[in-house]
Design a binder for this molecule. Structure first.
Ligand code: NDP
Length: 287
């Protein structure tokens, strides 16, 4: 069997950002204000600083105006909620992103629920989750949305396909399963209590791995010709970055597969830009 096609997430993410920029330019040429994304960072977690920096860089590149709010670790929940209330009321802000994790003394569920669902570009608000399940317009978590875009770019037929999502987190596994269901796939969600995981995954035409265990799924768990999307970001024993899928053995069996890094990773931020663009259109009544 021919080795799997490598799905180039970096290139597809660049394409998405290019589309966002072209649409922002088109709207601005017609006199619309720039889309606005508020980023909120509390504390000094170095990884969070990097994530927010990368999101702001993507915003600048696509013509989205990002307004950054950096708050000290000692910020109270009430102070953070007051900032969110201000951003909810600000007509120039289309998306509000609160970078997680928050300091331990702040309840992230309370904070995420305070964001106006119409500005919830991360798709974490319970209202956004409800809209996804009900098939109503809303925002979907960026990582699963990015996985769907990769499948679409690869022209993978989802209608009637057997899809197995490994992992049931609120931000990746569950919304991913909903998106696949919406596209008429027959969806199984596997998790840590699933019996004989390789046998379950071997049924799948489309495998989404969102577990967080280095190289958990080997080639013998992949059905020949399956499409494999690997969300996992792990370090192996040698400290090398790797996914939840053993790329070497799985790529010998799959028809297409995402690498780690360079697969799903770059898509998450690109889809955040797309969600902000969508919010801008809805709020200005452009679509
Ligand atoms: P969580 O830890 O929230 O969820 C992991 C899921 O995997 C759980 O549902 C858990 O099951 C399941 N699981 C754990 N061990 C096993 C096992 N041995 N067999 C089967 N299922 C198992 O992780 P996230 O969903 O947040 O993230 C998953 C991975 O994706 C991580 O590596 C993370 O770093 C990466 N990630 C990448 C992103 C990107 O932009 N590329 C964005 C977000 C995440 P149970 O529910 O039973 O505990």
């Amino acid at each position: 069997m021919a080795p799997a096609r490598i799905i180039d997430g970096k290139a597809i993410a660049a394409k998405v950002r290019g589309e966002v920029k072209a649409e922002v330019d088109r709207r601005r040429a017609k006199g619309a204000r720039a889309p606005g994304l508020a980023t909120v960072l509390v504390g000094n977690d170095p990884a969070s600083h990097t994530y927010v920096k990368n999101k702001r860089k993507a915003a600048a590149e696509t013509g989205i105006e990002s307004v950054h709010h950096e708050l000290p670790d000692a910020t109270t929940q009430a102070e953070l909620l007051a900032l969110i209330a201000t951003l909810n009321a600000d007509v120039t802000i289309d998306g509000i992103l609160v970078q997680l994790p928050l300091p331990k003394h702040i309840d992230d569920r309370v904070v995420l629920r305070a964001i106006d669902p119409d500005k919830d570009v991360d798709g974490f608000h319970p209202e956004s989750v409800a809209r996804l399940v009900l098939g109503l317009p809303g925002f979907v978590s960026c990582t699963p949305l990015g996985c769907l875009r990769l499948l679409d770019e690869e022209r993978v037929e989802l209608k009637g396909a057997r899809a197995v999502v490994v992992g049931r987190s609120n931000i990746v596994g569950k919304p991913m399963a909903q998106l696949l269901l919406q596209r008429d796939a027959t969806v199984t969600i596997a998790h840590s209590k699933t019996r004989d995981l390789p046998a379950v995954v071997r049924e799948a035409d489309v495998v989404i791995a969102a577990v967080g265990r280095a190289r958990l799924l080997k080639g013998d768990a992949i059905k020949p010709g399956a499409v494999v999307i690997d969300v996992g970001i792990n370090r192996d024993a040698e400290g090398k970055m790797c996914g939840d899928v053993d790329f070497a053995s799985a790529s010998a069996v799959a028809s297409a597969i995402t690498p780690v890094p360079g697969g799903v990773g770059p898509m998450t931020i690109a889809m955040l830009m797309q969600n902000t663009l969508t919010s801008h259109a809805r709020r200005l009544g452009l679509s």
